[in-house]
Design a protein around this ligand. Sequence first.
Ligand code: TXA
Ligand code: MG
Length: 327
Amino acid sequence: MDKIETQIGGIEKIDEAVRLLHEGEVVVIPTETVYGLAANALNAKAVKKIFLAKGRPQDNPLIVHIEDANKAKMVAVDIPESAYLLWEEFSPGPLTIVLKKHPLVPYVTTAGLETVGIRIPNNELALETIRRSNLPLAAPSANISGRVSPTEARFVYDDMNGKIPLILDGGPCKVGIESTVLDLTKETPTILRPGAITEDMLSACLGKVVNHKGKVVRAASPGMKYAHYKPMCACFAAKTSDEAKELYNHFTNSLIIARQDFLDTCDVDNKIHLGETPEECMRNYFRILRENENIYDVIIIESFENEPQYLALQNRIAKATEKPDKI
Ligand code: TXA
Ligand code: MG
């Protein structure tokens, strides 16, 4: 890949972003969850550039971002009433809905699947880029494949400098972890990836919703199959502060990340407060990993295993702390 100069800018760069997208280039957009590496979802050549810049496996489908529910017909067919109910309730917001794909959406975008994931992001800069370009934008998280998702433009720059022409900077992401992915093509709506829109919120709207179970043969959602959300250093989850301290003392140059009560009982030098609510913890989590993965050799994270309200975050922690033989 030729090295190109990567610019960073805000709203003043939107016209350039739109021009680049129309020319089949890749542009980074901010969203409320994490930053996205965007290209025209209907242009196979442009979408291939996303896979190249990320180093993403070809069988990992991309999410298509649209500005409102009326545009869903451009990228999906046989849209059930339940999809519109969900958009009414949760859009714009951190929810991706998997539907039957429109024939115009190329298979590169959906990684060969007959379905397409659609999301309406809750970020003005992203929505304005989509509106002005009048294009559905395929966008995975803007990190190198397998690495921690970027929640600020500077983290995107670390991974994408020299590979793409433009990063739109919308400040820190407000949600901080990726959207909930819900498959509506199954008999019962199925959560493929947990996120800030919880199972309870979805079932209050739809009735029954289930979590994906079973063996992953193909990437129903790639987090299930590939190493994902992995910091550069070793990571461990600790259920108790005693366990955390033991790990901390076992290694040199380690860090503990946890809520305040947990930290208060850890008498160690290197510790960082993650937050006190699920929302706060989700917002801070990827940023803290990005800021510290090159400073420490080992990061120890409080485990939220038995707290259902932290399910989405615990899913990311489990991925970060997975050992290689499990991948
Ligand atoms: O919050 C987000 O979703 C962010 C922002 C940029 O929108 N995007 C994101 O994209 O996290 P990515 O590529 O890192 O993750 C996309 C997830 C994967 O788990 C993928 O398998 C799933 O969405 N997905 C996309 N299309 C799908 C489809 N047709 N069927 C099943 N899963 C799909
Ligand atoms: Mg990702």
